[in-house]
Design a protein around this ligand. Structure first.
Ligand SMILES: [Zn+2]
Length: 734
């Protein structure tokens, strides 16, 4: 079983309450804490935008389920909506600040949680659309708006009077008779203020604001540079012989892409992750593989206008400085404090515990692949651009399995229904297709979701296909947050995004097994968002739980994709309807540990790289002159083999330099301790749908978000702490 590391969604920088995409989904904000919103008495802009009657953000939405009226939202509606939203939020926060009543839970803590609803509404739509259907105008607005939102957020968190009110309520907490959820909100709100710098002196606060604004600005530039660099490259093939090895579906997509670019006689391959991996795996032409590999790894480090090297070094430096101001040795220590791992040392030693067996396994894999090279009569030594290709050959040889044989059993609609089936068996959840509701793109499939007792849980919108205006990767996100305050039980609107290539006209959309797992993964995040029964957005669902725990409910679902009784339901041949033969299932399962040495190594390399950047002290970060050189030296220091690259090189490591995963990329593997151990509980019970375990899992994990500390939630489900052995076993590293 391979774990997914797709892009966590991007980062709605922090100004808003808890907008998080989870990549995996979510938008995480730069600080790592989801928080509140901001305050200032100054007008937002010189001249307030006139309230345009046509602007959908200035009206209530009478659409079904309150789904955003996408067709009515034009690019020019966002700016005035942001301005009005900021204005409203400021007014609300000033009211909290200047309240003559003594501070209490309702007039301070809950009021802060409620503030900024209009700003949240526009931010969520904007944050999603700029990831799924962006354009130049929206990209310009991103660069402009995110630093403003960060400033608004800082204005709240660094406001002395508001902090004194929060502190007063916090100090009195034991006498307030709060229930568990309200106490949790109070503790997290207080912690957010302290961690944002509320207790600092005025000079330090001023510097914090400068740092946050600058980071917010360059995070966006980093992401945009990467998108430009990824889109700019085209491998144009004009000789049919150069397509040797590639699947007909992929060739069809490349032809369609060429036609859309005005090159009807050619085939065009881009650098989106799906195309890249498939090309590296199947293209027989070694020179073309080398070109793709080189281009992919050179992105945003080519000395042109899109170069990210100086930008990322500056981010690392600013983060280090900020951590020191807040009283931490470095950014990693700051980030890890509120995570399950607690300290960078603990995260790193965990990584190294898996790194060594991973390297050993990779060595064995390399030796086996080199034999194939020799058998083919070649005399070259395997290099980076050969690994994927020969790993696939080795897989075919050892497990007699190939993608062309497997893919017809994984038709997209069937796989989706398989995921729905698992949710129904585990949690009693049902899904009903929604007709005639607004969508942001015609390929989007909307559903309503209901709990076992028929209670409405939310709207789930699936956007599975790749397009040029969409960022790469896979993620879950939110169009409307759940909240249950003041008698208004608002249910969420959740999305899942994948980047599956659009098939040629009239063809089925067939997935490889990796894509099947990705679909189940994002679906798991989706359930975490949909099932939530938390009252406050601050700790609801995916965005409300710690980064190194929040992948657990997603990765847990991946295990189900390969279970025989699940495959039997969904893995049906696209043309014949025949259920996948048991022999093929056995092969897929036997092959599940294949290439895990490589996968483990490239992933841990990236995780160690991330921690290394963020373990830097300010003077060390300032001393970095060449980001690429720093990376190479760091990787050499850990003994990374040359044939395996870090999954991300720093200039395109958007998770950590543009997203919310800084000092947190290790989180996927950390969460894997939990999903491997948690799924083992079901195996030991002899029933992958064991009702008792499923009920505890639903209650303590999928419904509870960040209600309690992650280790407590896990124990409440599992009845004990997790152990690392199931992870090593599943990866074949034991
Ligand atoms: Zn994820």
């Amino acid at each position: 079983m391979t774990k997914k590391h797709h892009f966590p969604y991007k980062f709605l920088p922090a100004a808003i309450l808890a907008v998080a995409l989870f990549g995996c989904s979510e938008k995480a904000d730069e600080s790592g804490d989801e928080g509140l919103t901001a305050v200032s008495d100054e007008p937002v802009v010189e001249e307030l935008a006139t309230m345009d009657a046509d602007n959908p953000f200035f009206t209530d939405w009478d659409t079904p389920y309150g789904i955003p009226p996408f067709a009515a939202i034009a690019d020019e509606h966002y700016r005035p909506a942001f301005e009005a939203g900021i204005e409203q939020q400021r007014a609300e926060v000033v009211k909290i600040r200047n309240n003559p009543e003594p501070p209490n839970f309702e007039n301070t803590i809950e009021a802060l949680q409620l503030a900024g609803s209009e700003l949240t509404r526009v931010s969520l739509v904007f944050g999603n659309i700029t990831n799924t259907d962006t354009n130049d105008a929206l990209q310009e607005l991103e660069v402009e708006i995110y630093p403003i939102l960060t400033g608004e957020r800082d204005a709240i968190y660094l406001d002395q009077v508001i902090f004194e009110r929060v502190q007063a309520v916090y100090d009195a907490r034991d006498d307030l008779d709060l229930d568990e959820q309200s106490m949790r909100l109070l503790e997290l709100t207080h912690r957010d203020f302290v961690r944002q710098g509320a207790a600092l002196d005025e000079d330090a606060k001023a510097r914090m604001k400068e740092i946050n604004a600058r980071i917010s600005e360059i995070n966006t530039v980093f992401a945009q540079n990467l998108l430009k660099e990824t889109k700019a490259f085209e491998l144009v093939v004009t000789d049919q012989a150069d397509l040797s090895g590639l699947a007909p579906g992929m060739i069809g997509s490349a032809r369609a892409k060429a036609e859309s670019k005005g090159k009807p006689e050619a085939w065009v391959f881009g650098l989106d992750r799906g195309t890249y991996e498939a090309f590296m795996t199947f293209a027989d032409n070694r020179e073309l593989r080398r070109q793709m590999f080189t281009a992919y790894r050179a992105r945003a480090a080519q000395g042109n206008d899109n170069d990210n090297r100086d930008i990322l070094a500056e981010v690392a430096k600013l983060r280090a400085e900020r951590a020191v101001i807040l009283g931490y040795p470095n950014h990693s220590a700051y980030q890890l404090e509120t995570r399950m791992a607690k300290t960078p040392g603990k995260a790193e030693s965990f990584l190294l515990e898996v790194w060594k067996p991973g390297l050993k396994k990779a060595d064995e894999e390399l030796a086996e692949m080199q034999v194939i090279v020799q058998e083919e009569g070649h005399d070259f030594i395997i290099e980076g651009h050969d690994w994927w290709y020969y790993a696939e050959k080795l897989r075919t040889k050892k497990y007699a399995i190939n993608e062309a044989e497997v893919k017809p059993y994984f038709e997209l609609g069937n796989v989706r229904d398989g995921a729905f089936h698992v949710a129904n068996k585990l949690f009693g959840v049902t899904f009903e297709p929604l007709e005639d509701v607004p969508v942001w793109n015609e390929v989007v499939e909307p559903y309503t979701v209901y709990d076992a007792d028929g209670e409405f849980l939310g709207v789930f919108m699936l956007d599975y296909y790749a397009r040029d205006s969409k960022r790469g990767g896979a993620w879950m996100s939110t169009y409307r947050q759940t909240s249950n305050m003041q008698g208004r039980n608002i249910r969420p609107i959740i999305t899942n995004n994948l980047n599956i290539a659009v098939p040629a006209e009239g063809e089925d959309t067939l997935l490889n097994y990796d894509q099947v797992e990705t679909l189940f993964h994002e679906f798991g995040h989706g359930l975490h968002g949909l099932l939530t029964q938390v009252r406050y957005p601050r700790f609801a669902g995916t965005s409300g739980s710690p980064r190194d725990y929040t992948e657990f409910p997603a990765q847990f679902m991946e295990h189900y994709a390969s279970q025989p009784q699940v495959l039997e339901v969904y893995a049906r041949h696209a043309e014949t309807g025949e259920v996948i033969p048991q022999a093929l299932v056995d092969k897929i399962r036997a092959a599940s540990t294949h290439n895990q040495g490589f996968k483990t190594t490239e992933y841990i390399a990236a995780s160690l790289l991330d921690l290394s950047w963020h373990n830097l002290l300010p003077n060390e970060a300032s001393a970095v002159e060449d980001a690429t050189k720093f990376e190479d030296e760091t990787m050499t220091g850990f003994g990374k083999p040359g044939e395996i690259g870090s999954r991300y090189r720093s200039p395109y490591f958007a998770h950590i330099f543009a997203g919310g995963y800084s000092a947190g990329y290790y989180a996927y593997l950390w969460s894997e301790i939990l999903d491997a151990d948690g799924f083992t509980a079901f195996k030991e019970a002899g029933d992958i749908y064991d009702p008792e375990l499923a009920a505890r899992l639903k209650k303590n994990v999928y419904q509870s978000g960040g209600l309690r500390d992650a280790d407590v939630l896990y124990r409440d489900f599992r009845g004990k702490d997790p152990s690392i052995e199931p992870l090593l076993e599943i990866r074949g590293l034991d």
